[in-house]
Design a protein around this ligand. Structure first.
Ligand code: GAL
Length: 659
């Protein structure tokens, strides 16, 4: 079954205002609601006095109409009494300024008073709802780290950071060694000399920074772990999820996802934006456990809580397309944010399925139409999943290292992962994401973009994958740093010299728009001719063979990209950032062929496969009609006909084939 729902805030409505809500939900095919994530002040109006009966009544009324509940732990916003009583639990920013209460996410997860209060409310809720059959699962808190709050610089964090370091390094000598503290006299004799990387006159030590980024992420993970373990112990029948933020860069979601049954995420696409971006976030979220939901799916104009600006209306067909795009990329549940626009508060302009007046209009009708389609196809899709031979290594420590020191002007680790992802998607293949310890056995090709932090263990793992027949693709700046974010004392690509079969003779960051032409080299090359800039590397082959070289200028004839045969497979090293078209050409050349003909620019294809067969989704994200060539004609499930091999697809529409 597909879960199809809405985020609902019963505490925002009087009974009179709410009287049509549940009948309208039912008519729209909604079968689940998410509630409670900001309602701690209603659940515990005074310390230790718990009030759940108001929520129980809503849960039961929904259930009478066949609508289940995902409840949230409300720990994102403690009641005002709690903050008054314990002002020490407020976060501090890098300048030491307090993050004031009155909105959300302002409490420090290392503050003992906050941990204690959070523990108690979760415990009380879990005990109260454990056996209520209407409740199917939990979402913990809300979007950990939202509003730039992953990293806190308060005194609780100062001492927790030292404890974290003590556990990792055991003594100050090891830390001095690992961080290279001889530079700028940053050496420690005592643990209490180690500061937080608060704002400093000049740049902080990158190793200090990386460990602080790791520690801050671990703080969020630990908070989740505590709630997850409590909920699983007290409510064994319920699932536990958390609403991630797709590619959000500050929390190691690989670790966070371990303390969920599956992650979910919040998807707010813009009507005209690059349609592959939401797909990127869907596939990232799916990759953590193989399953996911979209817990908040945009269903109306957004409304920025800070600027007060109202966002654009979704165009007709957008909500349906976004919903199906989530399902096509593997989602098993989609909940719209929010049921009805709120009359008060910072998000007054953030619309939902219904406007402020609660009248069911165009967006509601589109949701209902989508709900009917999902209800029709849900059973067939249940148990199917996206399977792909391609993976991208996306590691958070590498991301944090590259965020602190991007090296190349304008370089962003995540944008680079996205460029590669987009090139893969244009071939038709879906794409999994993997971490450094993930099992690579099921893939044919693994891209390791800017794998900047590397050691022998990672090199060996990638090598074993290549030796067994896989293809590894490394890109510029890979391998140069140790896992503690110092530089290796030998040639780039550092830890990857042996598996790439080359050394980097020179790196050339280009700050003034300089460009180089490259051309294929060495016979059959997957690298097309292209113009490259930003940062180029001059490669010296050892065992590797050139597959691209510089075509002119001072670098003419020097090697720009290589292939190194390893056992039954190969390691490619790209010493340049290929522009999108060249990257697409490269991806098409190294990936297994995909059975659908060349895809028009805004068309996405995905496949979900299971025991009951395989389903091919073809989505036209653009406004113009497009034609796609399938290998043959197939039954189409939305129209009930048989279509193909040539299929014409209207703008903003999709088709689903049983193949
Ligand atoms: C999400 C958040 C929701 C709501 C929504 C609209 O990021 O989880 O609580 O704020 O954005 O702003």
């Amino acid at each position: 079954m597909m879960y199809f729902g809405a985020c609902y805030y019963p505490e925002h409505w009087t009974p009179k205002q709410a009287k049509d809500h549940i009948p309208l939900m039912k008519q729209a095919g909604i079968n689940v609601v998410r509630m409670g994530e900001f309602a701690w002040s209603r659940f515990e109006p005074e310390q230790g006095r718990y009030r759940f009966e108001w929520m129980d009544a809503v849960i039961q009324a929904l259930h009478k109409e066949g609508i289940s509940t995902v409840l949230c732990t409300p720990t994102c916003i403690p009641p005002q009494w709690a903050v008054q009583k314990h002002p020490g639990m407020l976060q501090r920013d890098a300048d030491g300024l307090v993050r004031n209460p009155g909105s959300r996410c302002h409490c420090c997860k290392n503050a003992p008073e906050y941990q204690m209060l959070a523990d108690r409310i979760v415990d009380q809720m879990a005990r109260h709802y454990a056996d209520m059959p209407e409740v199917i699962g939990w979402q913990t808190d809300n979007e950990f780290g939202c509003h730039n709050t992953t990293r806190c610089y308060c005194d609780h964090c100062q001492s927790a950071f030292r404890d974290w370091l003590l556990e990792k390094y055991k003594d100050t000598d090891s830390i001095n060694q690992a961080w290279g503290t001889a530079f700028w006299g940053f050496e420690f004799q005592q643990w209490n000399e180690i500061p937080l990387p608060r704002r400093m006159p000049a740049g902080n030590n990158p190793s200090h920074w990386l460990d602080f980024a790791r520690f801050s992420s671990d703080t969020q993970v630990k908070f989740q772990q505590a709630q997850y373990e409590l909920l699983k112990q007290l409510c064994p029948k319920h699932f536990v999820t958390h609403n991630f933020m797709g590619g959000f860069p500050e929390i190691d979601y690989w670790k966070l996802a371990q303390f969920t049954d599956f992650p979910s995420w919040d998807n707010y696409p813009e009507s005209g934006e690059d349609p592959f971006l939401p797909a990127y976030h869907h596939e990232i979220t799916r990759s953590f456990t193989g399953r996911f939901w979209v817990m908040e799916q945009k269903s109306g104009p957004t409304g920025d809580a800070n600027t007060g600006l109202m966002g654009e209306q979704p165009e007709p067909g957008d909500i349906r397309r976004w919903t199906w795009q989530a399902v096509a990329n593997g989602a098993d549940g989609v909940c719209y944010f929010r049921w009805r626009a709120c009359l008060s508060g910072a998000e007054q302009y953030w619309h939902g399925i219904l406007d402020h007046d609660g009248v069911a209009r165009r967006r509601y009708r589109e949701v209902a139409e989508t709900g009917a389609e999902l209800a029709k196809l849900g059973a067939a899709l249940a148990g199917t999943a996206v399977q792909t031979p391609v993976a991208i290594l996306r590691n958070y420590a590498m991301l944090w290292s590259a965020e602190r020191q991007p090296g190349a002007p304008g370089f962003h680790y995540d944008a680079h992962c996205y460029e590669i992802y987009r090139a893969v998607k244009r071939t038709g293949h879906g794409c999994d994401f993997v971490d450094i310890g993930s099992d690579l056995g099921r893939y044919a090709v693994v891209f390791a973009p800017c794998a900047c932090l590397a050691d022998k263990a990672l090199a060996d793992r990638l090598d074993a994958f290549a030796q067994a027949g896989g293809t590894v693709v490394l890109t510029p700046q890979s391998g140069a740093r140790t896992p503690t974010n110092t530089m290796w004392a030998y040639p780039r690509p550092g830890a990857f010299v042996a598996i790439a079969g080359l050394t980097v003779e020179e790196v050339r960051p280009y700050h003034h728009g300089q460009a180089e032409a490259i051309e294929p080299a060495g016979g059959q090359s997957p690298v097309p001719a292209a113009t490259v800039g930003k940062w180029v590397e001059v490669l010296a082959c050892r065992e590797a063979q050139p597959v691209a070289q510089y075509a002119g200028g001072a670098l003419k004839g020097a090697c720009a990209a290589t292939r190194n045969i390893r056992g039954k497979g190969a390691v490619y090293y790209l010493g340049v950032y290929l522009p999108p078209t060249a990257l697409e050409g490269f991806a098409a050349a190294v990936l297994p062929p995909f059975p659908v003909g060349a895809l028009p620019p805004d068309v996405e294809v995905t496949r979900r496969t299971g025991k009951q067969g395989s389903f091919l989704f073809v989505i036209n994200h653009g406004k113009q009609p497009q034609t796609v060539t399938l290998p043959k004609a197939f039954p189409e499930l939305l129209t009930g006909g048989t279509l193909g091999p040539e299929v014409r697809l209207e703008g903003n529409k999709l088709l689903i084939f049983k193949v």
